[in-house]
Design a protein around this ligand. Sequence first.
Ligand code: PRP
Ligand code: MG
Length: 212
Amino acid sequence: MSKLKIAVQKSGRLNEDSMRLLKDIGISIDNGKDQLKASANNFPLEVFYLRNGDIPQYLRDGVVDAAIIGKNVLIEKGNDIQFVEKLGFSKCRVSIALPKSDKYNSIEDLEDKRIATSYPNTVNQFLKKNNVKADLHIINGSVEIAPNIGLADAIVDIVSSGSTLFKNNLVEKEVILNSEAVLAVSPLISAENQEILNKIQFRIQSVLKGRA
Ligand code: PRP
Ligand code: MG
């Protein structure tokens, strides 16, 4: 019998809530922490623990059928991939922030400025929409340090509690997008696995209703 392959974040902020959701919908997983793959013992499901940024490509290639992933990552790296359900956790925004002491009135103030980010596609799309040209510096983490070390005039990164911005003397100026965990689906999912996914989605909807 066919099994649905679902990707979840290997480690990080989404992992714990993703695993809790699977548990809440009655799926029991044999969890060896070091394993990159685990099977449900009461449902036709295999869980793959993957790096966030790799998940869109795995969905595109049909290596996995579905994923629990941040909408922000899907927009950045998998704009072509559909999601079928918002999951209500890992809420955050992708925002533009500037040093507290800098003047900022509107997006035009970013013209010719240096922006540090891990979300180049998202930023480029936003700048294009607003007819602004800027100079992107792509870095993978600790983006908020960039203005303090003279690497950039502004940053675009995830804001959740706002604590990282605050600690780095940055102020959020524009929200580019709002994000939360979503259930994304591979364009190549088989009819058989789509049936399994429908069952999971139905259970998720019941659980989310109960949480609301
Ligand atoms: C994430 C993100 C922000 C921060 C936002 O970084 O890149 O820096 O969390 O959360 P906050 O608003 O609650 O402070 P993370 O700690 O995951 O590290 P990284 O940037 O090095 O990946
Ligand atoms: Mg960070």
